[in-house]
Every structure is written in C-alpha cells, then in structure tokens.
Design a protein around this ligand. Structure first.
Ligand code: 8X3
Length: 246
C-alpha cells in the first residue's frame, strides 16, 4: 500500500480501531474515523491532527452514515480502504441470561452496522482501483465456547459475509481480509461487564492478552501486501490462550 491513502476506520474511539488509526497516520495516510462518542473523537482528532477526520455516527444508522460520507471534505473524499472494527459484546452467562436489548444491540451493531458501512463505502473502494475491506471478526467466529452464543455467532456471520463478498469483488481490484483476534486488552471486557472494572480485569488476569497494536500490525501487514495478493484471513491469539477456552 502506498502511503497517503484515505482509510475509513469504524470503532475508532478505542482499542483496535484507535490503534489502526494511529498506525495508519504514523505511516502517512489519512483516516476518516467513525465512532459514537463525540468527546472521544475530538480528543483523538487533537492527537492525530490534520490527517484525521472525525465522524460521529452510530454504524446502525445507515441514512445518517450516507449523509456524513457525502459531506466529507475533498481531501478525505477519495476513500480506498475500509477497516470494520466497530463491534461489541454485552451481557454474560447463558443465552437466557442475556437481555433482549443486549441481543438486539449486538446483532444490530456487529452485523447490520458492518453491512451498512460496507455498502456505503464500497462504491468508493471500487472507484479507487485499489480498494481493500478489512473485517475484524474474532476467534469466536472459528471456535465455539460457553457464553459465546450471540456474539460469537455474529462474528461467524461477518466471517462468512466477508468470504461471500470476496467472491463478488474479484475483478474489481477490491481485496478483502477477515482478521480474527483472540483476547485483546481493550474496553471489550468492560462493555461486556457493564462498566464493572474489577470484573473486566479478570478477563485478562490469567494470560498476557494481545494489545490493540498487535492486531493493528496484522491489519497493516494485510494492507501492505502487493496488489495481486489477497490475504483471505488471519487468526491470532495470545500465546497462552487455549483454542477451546472457558
Ligand atoms: C473476542 C475474543 O477471546 O476475548 O473477540 O472471546 S475473546
């Protein structure tokens, strides 16, 4: 990948999305960062400066998303890469322990939101002649575990969605990569535990988790392969995380 390309990153206000934005900008690219939290976006815009364009948007709102993208300033309008990081897990326990609201939020964000953004950005990627979609899935898409139910299945959806989309992108010069990380130190566990920090800390107490930058390194590696190479999928996890865990 040349530097000075424009990349849309969803879920940019924390974790893997933020690490991707930092790394892309450090390498001379521009980032349109999509997130829900305006204050966080402003702080990130202050940090990353003129090559970062903040877009406050909930990926579930496809109409607002399209309007925002149409209104991009000219210097951010030539989008050629999309990194779909927005996603979350809510609630713990069995399927019956999770509230209806949490089920809807996970499905709407992890599945519908990702489809919304991909459909909104894809025409620009095709037009660029060097497009690339990176989907952040999860090892939950590949391995089943207790408590995974809706979240892990939503990531399995994204994995399969990406593989199917890839078949129709052949000939468009748009590449597609699914990246499936294991336990990564981020707000992921805190959101799952509804803000209970001590409970969230337990998720990382028995191993050395991946850092968001470890995953961002995989994203950049996939983007930087020569144009004739499509990395279909990458799976990475902490060295001491078991395959069938929990
Ligand atoms: C989440 C991966 O291992 O924390 O996407 O369940 S893990």
């Amino acid at each position: 990948m040349n530097s000075d390309v424009t990349v849309v990153v969803t879920g940019v206000t924390s974790g893997i999305g933020l690490a991707c934005a930092r790394k892309l900008i450090a390498q001379g690219n521009k980032v349109v960062g999509i997130g829900r939290r305006t204050e966080r976006l402003s702080a990130i815009a202050d940090e990353l400066r003129e090559n970062f364009y903040p877009l406050t948007n909930d990926v579930r709102d496809s109409a607002q998303l399209k309007t925002c993208l149409k209104g991009l300033p000219a210097e951010f309008a030539d989008i050629s890469k999309l990194i779909n990081c927005a996603g979350l897990i809510q609630g713990q326990g069995t399927l019956l322990d999770v509230s209806d609201e949490h089920v809807s939020t996970m499905l709407d964000t992890n599945i519908n939101g990702l489809i919304n953004v991909t459909r909104a950005v894809l025409p620009a990627l095709i037009k660029s002649g060097c497009g690339h979609v990176i989907n952040l899935t999860s090892i939950g898409a590949h391995y089943h575990y207790k408590g995974g139910h809706v979240y892990a299945a939503s990531k399995a959806f994204v994995d399969h969605f990406g593989r199917c989309l890839r078949t129709e992108l052949v000939g468009t010069k748009v590449r597609l990569t699914n990246i499936a990380p294991g336990k990564t130190r981020s707000e992921f566990a805190l959101v799952q535990c509804a803000g209970d920090q001590s409970l969230a800390d337990r998720a990382y107490s028995s191993l050395t988790p991946l850092e968001p930058m470890d995953v961002a390194n995989s994203v950049l590696w996939a983007l930087q392969q020569p144009q004739h190479v499509n990395i279909n999928s990458i799976e990475l996890m902490p060295a001491d995380q078991e395959l069938s865990y929990r």
